[in-house]
Design a protein around this ligand. Structure first.
Ligand code: G1P
Length: 303
C-alpha cells in the first residue's frame, strides 16, 4: 500500500472531463452535435458522467473542450425562457429534471485544447485549474451502470491506498490493443498494485486487465505530462504519465469496479447501453421489453 494513511489523503474535489474529441465515429450526427450530447434514453452522455462525479463528492468540474462544443456549455447553463414556460404550464416535474443540468456559478470551468494531441495533452490543458491537488478524470464515452457509482467506489478505495488509481476491467486478450493495459505487481482482489502500464499494446500485453475511463490522479502526473513525450499513435498519452509513477512501488493502483461498463465511443456499445438503460427505466421497461421480445421472436422465426 502507499505510504499515505487514510488520514493524510487529500479529498478529491476536482474532476476533468476531456470532451475535445471530434467524435468522428458518430458522423454525420457529430457534424453539428458534440458526441457527449448524444443521448442515452433522454439524457446526454455527459450527464451520466457529471452525476457520477457529483455522487463521488466532486465540487469543481473542468471541461477540456474544443471548437464546435458550445452546445455543451449551453447544456449546463440556466435556460430562463424554457424554465419560465414550464413554470407557467405548471410542469413541475420537468422543472425538477432540468435542475440536474444546472451547475452553480463558478463550479464549472472550460479550458480549450486547441490542438488534438491526445488524452494526456487534454488533461494537461487543465493543469492550472488543478494546482497541487489530487483530481479525477472521467471519460464520458465510458458509461458505467452500477449500484454505487464507479467513481464513488474508487474514492472510497483511494482513501485507503492514496496514490493514483485507475478503473480496471478484464477484457479478452485480443481486445487489449484498444486499451491501456496494467502490469500487475500484486493482485489483492478489487485493488491491484501496478508496476507498469502500456497504452494500446500491439503485442505481448502485460495482462488482460484494461484501464477504463475513470482515474484518480496525483498532481505529479501533471508534472509528468509537462514533458510532452509522444507515445502510442504519436499522441501524448495519459497512460504513459501515470506509468512513470509506477517506478515507486505503492503509487499506482488498479481498481476492479463493480458495475457494467458500456463503450459508448463505439456504435455497438452505444446501442447496447441504450437497450440496457431503456430496460432499467420503470417508465419504459414494460413496453420496451415486450417490443424486444417480439423482435427476437420474429428474428428466430425468420431463421
Ligand atoms: C482511452 C485511454 C485508454 C483507456 C480507454 C478506456 O483510450 O487512452 O488507456 O483504456 O480510454 O476507454 P481511447 O478509447 O480514448 O482511445
Amino acid at each position: 500500500m502507499a505510504e499515505d494513511t487514510p488520514r493524510k489523503v487529500k479529498k478529491v474535489l476536482k474532476a476533468i472531463f476531456p470532451v475535445a474529441g471530434m467524435g468522428t465515429r458518430f458522423l454525420p450526427a457529430t457534424k453539428s452535435i458534440p458526441k457527449e450530447i448524444l443521448t442515452l434514453v433522454d439524457r446526454p452522455l455527459i450527464q451520466y458522467a457529471i452525476d457520477e462525479a457529483r455522487a463521488a463528492g466532486i465540487k469543481e468540474f473542468i471541461f477540456v473542450t474544443a471548437r464546435g462544443k458550445s452546445a455543451l456549455e449551453d447544456y449546463f447553463d440556466y435556460s430562463p425562457e424554457l424554465e419560465a414556460t414550464l413554470r407557467r404550464a405548471g410542469k413541475d416535474q420537468l422543472l425538477e429534471t432540468l435542475k440536474e443540468t444546472n451547475m452553480d456559478s463558478g463550479a464549472i470551468a472550460y479550458v480549450r485544447q486547441n490542438r488534438a494531441m491526445g488524452l494526456g495533452h487534454a488533461v494537461w490543458c487543465a493543469r492550472r485549474l488543478i494546482g497541487n491537488e489530487p483530481f479525477a478524470v472521467l471519460l464520458p464515452d465510458d458509461v458505467i451502470a452500477a449500484e454505487k457509482p464507479c467513481l464513488q467506489q474508487m474514492v472510497e478505495a483511494y482513501e485507503q491506498t492514496g496514490g493514483n488509481m485507475v478503473a480496471a476491467m478484464e477484457v479478452p486478450v485480443d481486445r487489449t490493443s484498444s486499451y491501456g493495459v496494467l502490469d500487475v505487481a500484486e493482485d489483492m482482489g478489487s485493488i491491484v498494485q501496478v508496476k507498469g502500464m502500456v497504452e494500446k499494446p500491439k503485442e505481448n500485453p502485460p495482462s488482460n486487465l484494461a484501464v477504463i475511463g475513470r482515474y484518480i490522479l496525483t498532481p505529479q502526473v501533471m508534472n509528468n505530462l509537462n514533458k510532452m513525450k509522444a507515445g502510442a499513435g504519436g499522441e501524448i498519452q495519459l497512460t504513459d504519465a501515470i506509468a512513470e509513477e509506477c517506478q515507486t512501488p505503492g503509487k499506482v493502483f488498479g481498481f476492479r469496479f463493480r458495475g457494467q461498463r458500456y463503450d459508448c465511443g463505439s456504435k455497438a456499445g452505444f446501442l447496447q447501453a441504450t437497450v440496457a438503460f431503456g430496460l432499467s427505466r420503470p417508465d419504459l421497461r414494460e413496453e420496451f421489453s415486450a417490443y424486444l421480445n417480439d423482435m427476437v421472436a420474429m428474428q428466430k422465426a425468420a431463421q
